[in-house]
Design a protein around this ligand. Sequence first.
Ligand SMILES: [Zn+2]
Length: 345
Amino acid sequence: MRNRARDLLSNDYESGDASWVTGHFGNLNAQIGAYETYDDALFGVKAGWSLSLLLRNEEETAELRRALGGIQKIEDALPYEHHKRVRDDIPVGVYQVIADFGQARGTNTATILPNDALYSRRYGRTILLRENIMTHPEIFENARRSWEAVVAGELDDDLQADGDFYRTLWHEIGHYLGVDRDRQGRDLDAALEGWADALEEMKSDLLSLFAIQALHDDGQIDDARLLSVRASGIRRTLQNNRPRTDQPYQTMQLAQFNWFLENGLLEFDDQRGELIIHYDRYQDVVTKLLAEVLAIQYQGEPERARDFFERWTAWSPKLHDVIAEKIRAAQGPRFRLVRYAALGE
Ligand SMILES: [Zn+2]
C-alpha cells in the first residue's frame, strides 16, 4: 500500500506493481490503480481510476494452483516452434468481489495485470478471477437465453455456468503462454500496432479451448466439464451486432466464428435458422486457427494481421444478421447497475 501510494503521486507504477504481483497476502486482496483503457474509444490509451476489494476463495485457489503444475506440458504442445519456459507459480486467485469503485464497477469477470509489457516481463502478472460475477445466476441466465435462441434444441443444455468459469480461467492463463515477442524480438504491441490486442485476445481464447482438451486427455477434467467449456467457447463467438474494427474483442470473436463455420466445426441450418456444432471437429479446427494466430504474432507484420482480419470478418445478412437479431431479442438488458451489500446498497 505504501508503494502504491507513492506510485500514485509519482505517476510511476513499478514499485507498487512489483510488490502487488509478487507479494503473498492473507485472504484479502485489492486492485488499485488506473489500468484499463476500455473507456477511451478514441486512442485506447487513457485509463480510468479503479479499486476492487477482493476476498479470496482459499479452496478453489489451491485447486487451481495445483492444476497449473502441468502448464509447461501445455506450452510444449502448442502448435508453434519457439517454445519457452513458463513459470508454474503464476499468482492466480479466485475471489469474491466485496466492493468496487470507479472503472472497476461493472461486471468484469476476470483480469490479468499489469498490462505494461515491461513490468509483466520483470515481475509476472497476477490473475484475479471474480467468482461471484462469473457465476452470478442473473448474468448466466442472460447468456443462456441468447444461447438457446441461436443453437439447435438438442444443444441447449451444453452450456453450463462452470463452462464460462473454466474457459475464462484458461483464457487468462493463456496470456502467459505462446508467442510474446516477434521474430525480431520486439514486443507484440509495437510490432503489430492496432492489431496486437485482437490477436492476443484470440490467441488466449483458442489457447483456453486447446488447454481444456489437454487437461481432459490427462484425466484432470471430466466429459461434462469439457462439453460446457466447449459450448462456452462457441457462445463467446456469437455477435449481437456487427463489430467495428476498433473493437478488438468482438472483431476476433467474429473471426473465430467465421473460421469455425468455414472449417466445419459450426454449421448454420438455413431452414430452421439454427446453429449446429460438430464437436468431433472441435480440437482440429481450434488447433489450426491457433497455429495461424501464433504464426502471425511471430512474424510481427501488421499488414499480414490486417489481411487475416479482412479475410475472416465478413458479415452476411442471411447468416450473421439472423443470429444477431435472435440474440438481441433474447438477451434482455445489456447494461446493469452493480450494487454491493457490503456498501449498504
Ligand atoms: Zn484476455
